[in-house]
Design a protein. Sequence first.
Length: 241
Amino acid sequence: MGANAQTSVPLYVAAEVLTAADMNISAGTGVPVFATTVTRDAAFGGAGEKVLAEGQLAYIEASNVVQYYDGAAWATLGPAASGALTLISATTIGTTVASVTVSGAFSATYDAYKVVVTGGVASGNIQMQFLLGASITTYYNSLIYAPFATGTPAGIGNNNQASWDYVGYGTTDSLAFNADILDPFATKYTKLVNAAYEAVNEAGVANGVHKTATSYTSFIIRPSSGTFTGGTICVYGYAKS
């Protein structure tokens, strides 16, 4: 976190003694500064903290944007341009992990998101699986791919499975995932669009739908078998205007 970043927005009570440290929290910047949207959300409504209300401003270091609360959700003032991608979070993958959960990824601020995994390795040649929240049902998706040697197209379909499958790939050389997630926070079906799939001897693209009308804020990426080590999961939001 930067020098101005804070983890709470304090609320003082009558007759409370204010120290220099107390005053410096708000004196250091006119707008509270947070490392991510996760620390922003945790800073309001707790013990000794201000209740979040319409008109509240916040600066997010991870995406370099100023946001305001409109009474129902956070919205971005700038500098994101029309159609631009805003970094929401970057999660570092640990060592020999069987799954990675990314919390606070989705909110009312955006309707569409891009999730990208780079760096790191897998324990073997594996397919990646993607889950929304804790849901382990009603995932439908298909993969259209072609072997490098023949170029002959083929397909794989998943009907009402426990995850979206064949949506990324990992080897002992690298991890690769790149897909758009549409309407995960809305109370409607969530869609996975243009998930790039590349295996050792073939490549293709996967699309799918999660047929449960539920709002999600988090997701899980995991290998079909084995583990991940290293790499980063980046979540971006597509600016609405």
